[in-house]
Design a protein around this ligand. Sequence first.
Ligand SMILES: [Zn+2]
Length: 354
Amino acid sequence: MSEHLCNVRLFTGREITAPTTLSMDGGVITAIGERITDPAARITDVGGAVALPGLIDSHLHLYRRRDLETLADFGVTTAVDMASWPPERTNALRRQRHCATFLSAGVPFIGPAGPHAKFDMPAYATVTDPAEVPAGVERRLADGSDFIKIVLEAPGDGGPAPEIADAVVVAAHEKGARVVAHTAAHGAVETALRAGVDVITHLPMDEPVDAELAARLADAGTLSIPTMTMMKVMSVVPGRRYATAAESLRALRAAGIPVLAGTDSINVPRTPVNIRLGHNLHHELELLVEAGWSPLEALLAATEVPAEHWGLPDRGRLRPGARADILLCGDDPLADISRTRDVRGVYVLGERVV
Ligand SMILES: [Zn+2]
């Protein structure tokens, strides 16, 4: 049975339209602005609410089904899990319905002694011999990883050696998989750039990315998931300044590097910090605006831009043929980004879940 939202204003990726009709059937958007001819159609007048494509959080961590439901409660219908284990639990989450869907890094590559070595990961997360990297990449992809994650630290801080980073990129690219590097230190960004990773996540809080480094990242085609939400949380640690991360963010923006909104939200037993899922993607958009983004650019960082860069052409934009993953909010977020928090309804594959 077809379902139609009428009296709905649509975010097109450029503007908010006048009230129109959005039609859905079989989990996809079938038409926009067309007359309803199906006599059995279900029609909902949403009273002028604004429909956004379901939001995409490009950096978080999943643990249980409830996490995926919580994300959907906040209109986040696609997630990118930046490390979780064991693979059996992560893969069981892939079979859940009526909640957010996700891509996952699975088990990351980490160094022998960095802060991430304390997180109880499987032993094979740590690789110190570059010769063992190709088998490690193959194992992860066989276990379901959608891309490869490596946790880089400042030189001398116990992270993977630069040769490991180089080998991870070569092995992953050989298999057609992208590489995301955790880079919360300036030296880690240099290691990531040298290795040729596709995406850097977090920003240095010790020394900012300057215009010269940003230009080299742009030349290399590197993407950024800055996780300003996490940078705010980490700024309580002595020597780590939010202002440094914000300065790096402005340099990346000036260099034209695509930025994907991500939060590093996590609700896993025994982690040092608990960062609320769903809620914080709205906070991340506000932090981007605070850093100089327009509300439009912030919204694109959680819709079109990640859909394009994660290879998800069926989402990120409301158009016929796209998944009917929709966030209905009360009023125009282009005038005030905090309005994305005013969730009036959420659809996943055309089914109302909120
Ligand atoms: Zn993370």
